[in-house]
Design a protein around this ligand. Structure first.
Ligand code: ADP
Length: 466
């Protein structure tokens, strides 16, 4: 059964229950008021009779003598002696010698009872008649209930009709309201189905209601999930396209050279060199991809050791020095105090190599690269400043994405990388609890800031490499 049907049924049942309860209360109240009215009339009649009643002894027996009982107003009276003899009765009971209420004859207290005699429905008051301390008989006063019964019957049918109408109208209203409030859920279902059928993650669920109610929150959570999924799938698609693109060129070069040698029927040294260069490029790319994949997923194990960051910087500067010299780029290292950090030295070295290597790679001949270290509270930062071409503002937010290369560096040259170096640097720094940022001005150069936590307590008990 649908949620809508279940809610409608539940609410209709609640409405029905409440209406029935109210109807019952009204019916009970009205019938009690009407019966009390009859009872009051019966009590008054009894008092009138009692004030005029007399008991006399005839032939050794007590006889109750009542005033002439000419009850015109539909009130019936009988007087019974204790030994069960009818000693007086109202004229409207002429010829009727059974008790109006057989149970009331033996009562010790005034007793009101409903009695059915043939077709007549009566309300009977039985009161024991006291003489001194002795009970000498019982007087029964009765009245028809027919009018009250008729009124109650009408009331019952009106109330039943009203309850039924209330349930039907309430059910319709609840059904309409539930359909209206659950309609956005249908939209969610339809959109989800459309996405599944058309593989279209760009769809969003339209919702025009208040954004902070339950449905609004569900729709917004669903839309956010779609956004995230769309971004993830886009990134995956771009990644596959980028990898295929990067693989195609070296594979074409290798295939071309192999074809050439096959046609020549001999090995060619130049062709073999070219094949080797491309294979080395491919190997580098696959290694970088593997490192990136493991760093991104946090599966690159961190072998933290107490490490002298200054020494690590000097080691990397020494390694890139060869390329710097070849390009006539001057690399300077600023003065700094020795700083010991708790990091995986091999991974941080990779970060420094990528960033300082880029600075040398992108700085033209005659330019300058300067590396400095600064320390602030629990953080140490490596600043790598160059006088290169700078990074256009539209590229800055993307350079840490995998395979991202600013337009200028998209030409194929030996110095060109795969656009993976900064992504690897970003993820390794993040895995160490640090971050990496860039400030750049086109035409003036760039400065990269690699921030790492000192992590004094994290390395306790580990080997020291510093
Ligand atoms: P690549 O292997 O292409 O250098 P990276 O991930 O290391 O890839 O860098 C991404 C892009 O960021 C580079 O292609 C380049 O456009 C830009 N970039 C990185 N470092 C610098 C720098 N020091 N100066 C100018 N541009 C840079």
């Amino acid at each position: 059964m649908s949620l809508r049907a279940r809610l409608t049924l539940l609410y209709s049942a609640v409405i029905g229950g409440v209406l029935l309860l109210l109807g019952g209360l009204v019916y009970g109240l009205v019938s009690a008021v009407l019966i009390r009215q009859i009872d009051r009339t019966l009590s008054q009649s009894f008092q009138e009779i009692l004030s005029a009643a007399q008991v006399s002894v005839v032939g050794g027996r007590r006889v109750i003598q009542l005033p002439p009982l000419d009850m015109a107003s539909g009130v019936f009276v009988q007087a019974w002696t204790l030994d069960g003899r009818l000693s007086a009765w109202s004229s409207n009971l002429q010829g009727f010698n059974r008790p109006l209420d057989p149970v009331g004859l033996s009562t010790a207290e005034p007793l009101f009872r409903d009695v059915t005699l043939g077709a007549a429905h009566l309300r009977v008051l039985s009161v024991p008649l006291q003489l001194g301390e002795h009970t000498v008989g019982v007087i029964q006063v009765a009245s028809r209930r027919n009018e009250v019964d008729a009124a109650l019957r009408v009331l019952l049918s009106v109330l039943s009709g009203a309850v039924l109408l209330g349930i039907v109208l309430g059910g319709l209203l609840v059904g309409w309201a539930t359909r209206r409030s659950l309609a956005p859920l249908d939209d969610v279902t339809q959109t989800a189905l459309r996405i599944t059928r058309a593989d279209d993650l760009a769809s969003r669920i339209p919702y025009h209601g208040p954004p902070d109610d339950e449905i609004g929150q569900l729709v917004s959570a669903f839309n956010r999930t779609l956004e995230r999924l769309e971004a993830l799938f886009d990134a995956q698609r771009r990644f596959v396209a980028d990898v295929s693109h990067e693989l195609r060129t070296p594979l074409t070069v290798i295939k071309g050279n192999v074809d050439l040698m096959r046609r020549m029927g001999a090995l060619d040294a130049e062709a073999l060199d070219s094949i080797q260069t491309e294979i080395e490029r491919l190997t580098r790319m696959v290694t970088d991809l593997l490192t990136l994949a493991r760093a991104e997923s946090g599966r690159l194990p961190l072998h933290r050791q107490r490490t002298d960051l200054g020494a690590l910087v000097l080691e990397v500067v020494g390694q890139v020095g060869v390329l710097a010299q070849a390009k006539a780029v001057q690399v300077q290292v600023g003065e700094f105090e020795p700083v010991s950090v708790c990091v995986d030295p091999d991974q941080i070295k990779q970060v420094l190599l990528n960033v300082i290597g880029n600075a040398v790679k992108y700085t033209p001949s005659g330019g300058q690269v300067s590396v400095s270290l600064s320390r602030e509270a629990q953080w140490v930062t490596v600043h790598v400043r160059d006088t290169g071409p700078g990074i256009p503002p539209e590229d800055v937010p993307h350079i840490f994405e995998r395979f991202y290369r600013a337009e200028k560096s998209r030409t194929r040259s030996d110095a060109r990388g795969f656009g993976l170096g900064l992504s690897i640097a970003y993820w390794i720094t993040r895995n160490h609890g640090g971050d990496i940022e860039v400030e750049s001005q086109v035409g003036e150069g760039s400065t990269f800031h690699i921030r790492l936590p000192l992590g004094e307590e994290a390395c306790q008990g580990r080997d020291s490499r510093a």
